[in-house]
Design a protein around this ligand. Structure first.
Ligand SMILES: C[S@@+](CC[C@H](N)C(=O)[O-])C[C@H]1O[C@@H](n2cnc3c(N)ncnc32)[C@H](O)[C@@H]1O
Length: 222
């Protein structure tokens, strides 16, 4: 049984029930003004951590992930087997369209708090722009840890409380408040709190780097 209530699950579907093209434009504005990071920063960071047996968590409309795969292909890297999932069916529909031509990618609907995958299944996992959208962070991290092989790596980024000059902080705070009201953001984190919860879920932190208002983390399963 998922640790999320029926209402929480329904809230996710409703919050993300928009056309994938609108979701992408909105996402780009959020990335620039709330996360304060560039798309290239994200592509480079996530492209480092895709093995031949990879789990892409909460893939959304698939726009970022298809750019990451293109970036990898330009460098001669073609991951063999990728499983990707999201809970919002409208988002997943966009991902299915964008990734249809990529062999070796399986897409499915799943809740990160109750994954339909075996223990020790994947060599790598990535969670892009979604950790702070999970209603039950600890059960999500537990599931991501369970499905990763020992020593397997997870790359993720997490939205932090806005920092920097006052006007930029104000804009980011306004966007975050709107996101929480709309249901697309649960909360931003303090860097230390997030790292502590990752460790408690059985991860060892390899690297963590703050970029703008978000933190990129690479961790391995102990
Ligand atoms: C901000 S989007 C990020 C999508 C994509 N990774 C990207 O970077 O563009 C967050 C995604 O998390 C998904 N999500 C939220 N809660 C979830 C849950 N419990 N299980 C699976 N997916 C979830 C949403 O449906 C949404 O597509």
């Amino acid at each position: 049984m998922s640790t999320l209530s029926k209402e929480q699950l329904q809230k996710i579907s409703l919050a993300y029930d928009s056309d994938p093209w609108w979701y992408d434009i909105r996402g780009f504005c959020i990335l620039t003004l709330s996360y304060r990071v560039s798309l290239l920063n994200q592509i480079r960071f996530f492209a480092q951590n895709i093995s031949d047996n990879h789990l892409e968590v909460a893939i959304g409309s698939g726009s970022l992930f298809s750019l990451i795969l293109r970036y990898q292909a330009l460098r001669g890297r073609h991951p063999k087997h990728i499983v990707a999932f999201d809970y919002a069916e409208s988002m997943l529909a966009g991902a299915i369209k964008k990734l249809a031509s990529n062999p070796g990618i399986e897409l499915c609907v799943a809740d990160v708090s109750l994954l339909p995958f075996a223990d020790n299944q994947f060599d790598s996992t990535a969670v892009a722009n979604a950790i702070h959208c999970f209603a039950d962070l600890d059960s999500a991290l537990k599931e991501l840890n369970r499905t990763l092989k020992p020593n397997g790596t997870m790359a993720c980024n997490v939205l932090l409380h806005p920092r920097g000059p006052r006007p930029l902080r104000w804009i980011a705070n306004q966007i975050n408040r709107w996101g929480i009201k709309k249901g697309i953001l649960v909360k931003p984190y303090a860097a230390d709190e997030f790292l502590t919860r990752l460790r408690a879920a059985g991860f060892q932190i390899k690297t963590h780097r703050i970029c703008g208002n978000s933190m990129n983390v690479v961790a391995t399963r102990i």
